[in-house]
Design a protein around this ligand. Structure first.
Ligand code: CU
Length: 122
């Protein structure tokens, strides 16, 4: 009897999953998260991952997806010369890093949102 109940539950979950997959709405397509290894998602009041390590010449892309809350990417100290994105609630911002070093940044309206780009030595 217990086995039957488990089986029924499994079928129920599978059916629910199939239903949710087919009921995706087609209107107002959400922006697709860019693919690639150096993408930082800006959501839930945080940068994720908060730290990315890249090689010189690599580009980091921030994908803004925080349900309408606008954020930016502003470099701290020396990094401020390189990192200054617009304040946006959707879309993306990319920056190429040519020089090895550590580039800390934050969101100027939510200073507890912080992240770091580390450009390794060649
Ligand atoms: Cu913010």
């Amino acid at each position: 009897m217990a086995r039957l109940t488990t089986l029924a539950a499994t079928i129920g979950v599978t059916a629910a999953l199939a239903l949710s997959l087919t009921s995706c709405t087609e209107d107002a397509p959400a922006a697709e998260r860019p693919t690639g290894p150096n993408v930082v998602t800006v959501a839930a009041m945080a940068y994720s991952p908060a730290s990315v390590t890249i090689s010189p010449g690599d580009t980091v892309t921030w994908f803004f997806d925080d349900t309408g809350v606008a954020h930016n990417v502003i470099g701290i100290d020396a990094a401020s010369r390189l990192l200054h994105s617009p304040m946006i609630s959707s879309g993306q911002f990319s920056q190429t890093f040519d020089d090895p070093g550590t580039y800390p940044y934050f969101c100027s309206v939510h200073p507890n949102m912080t992240g770091t780009v580390i450009v390794r030595e060649t």
